[in-house]
Design a protein around this ligand. Structure first.
Ligand SMILES: [Zn+2]
Length: 294
């Protein structure tokens, strides 16, 4: 037995067929020590009530194994949308995800920062963000001490994103008075697409310094460790296996050397390939980088 890794490392895992029945064997197969799941259709608005037995079996296993769990909210969530119905559904989806997160023992719900859709309504979108997100964050307190946090994930940019570069998180956090239940999920592919050159000397450190400068220290709670098929600044969000894309392996090693990243779990959202071989390789690569640092 080696010592427990200082960073839980895992993947977004499949759950169709049952969170425990499908998810747990997959976690074991890829050797994950962290997990992320969807709790409803990621490309729809229908909210699944879940299967209580599956939820409990999943929670109990992950708790016993010390596996931190994260829920990723529907990809349709957009708190900056100009369409009232979309905003309403987004809020309901986040609340639902938080309730399911608590049932499955997840510590947080990741959601995309969203977009204003039109450049002319950015201020309105930020005002709307406050109006909608602040009550949701407050309501999480009612779920008790173990209530999940919400983690905003900056997007790859484009579509008048409310947060793409990490500096954009400053106004995002200000809009909700730096609410203690809001954290950050950093996706390396998105950051790269938004224009952070992680391959430049000191580029990864600079991005993480900027992140801490924008929202304060200790807000980074999760990293989506994804490589990218596209060049830096492309605004394109096409994930690639770790080290196999345009970011390459080195910046992922640089992540581990930054104080903001200490102990933060990493999740890959990369092509899984047959029998999870892609995820196994990615997790192995990340652990290798970590081991090199001693
Ligand atoms: Zn992501």
């Amino acid at each position: 037995m080696t010592a427990a890794p200082s960073h839980p490392i895992g993947a977004h895992i499949p759950a169709s067929g049952g969170l425990a029945r499908t998810g747990l064997p997959y976690l074991a197969k890829i050797g994950a020590t962290a997990a992320q799941v969807f709790v409803s259709n990621p490309r729809g608005w229908a909210l699944s009530s879940g299967n209580p037995a599956e939820d409990e079996a999943f929670r109990a296993h992950c708790e016993t194994a010390g596996i931190p769990v994260f829920v990723h909210a529907s990809l349709l969530v957009n708190l900056g949308s100009p369409t009232a119905l979309t905003v309403e559904r987004s809020a309901a989806t986040l609340l639902h995800a938080a309730e399911r997160a608590q049932r499955i023992g997840a510590s947080a719900v990741v959601f995309h920062s969203g977009s204003a859709v039109a450049g002319t309504r950015r201020d309105a979108a930020m005002a709307q963000l406050r109006e909608v997100l602040l009550p949701i964050l407050d309501s999480l307190d009612k779920l008790g001490d173990e209530a999940p946090s919400l983690l905003v994930e900056p997007t790859a940019g484009g579509g008048f994103s409310l947060a793409a570069k990490v500096g954009d998180l400053g106004p995002f956090f200000e809009a909700v008075d730096h609410h203690p239940r809001l954290g950050v999920c950093l996706d390396t592919c998105h950051a790269w697409a938004a224009g952070h050159d992680l391959t430049a000397p000191g580029g990864t450190k600079e991005m993480l310094d900027d992140l801490a400068g924008a929202v304060g220290t200790g807000r980074l709670r999760l990293i989506h460790a994804n490589d990218s098929k596209d060049p830096c600044g492309s605004l394109r969000d096409r994930h690639e296996n770790v080290g196999a894309g345009q970011i390459g392996l080195e910046p992922f090693g640089d992540l581990f050397t930054h104080p903001e990243v200490r102990g933060v779990p990493l999740i890959v959202e990369t092509p899984s390939h047959t029998e999870g071989a892609g995820h196994i390789a990615d997790i192995t690569s990340l652990r290798g980088l970590l081991a090199q640092l001693g």
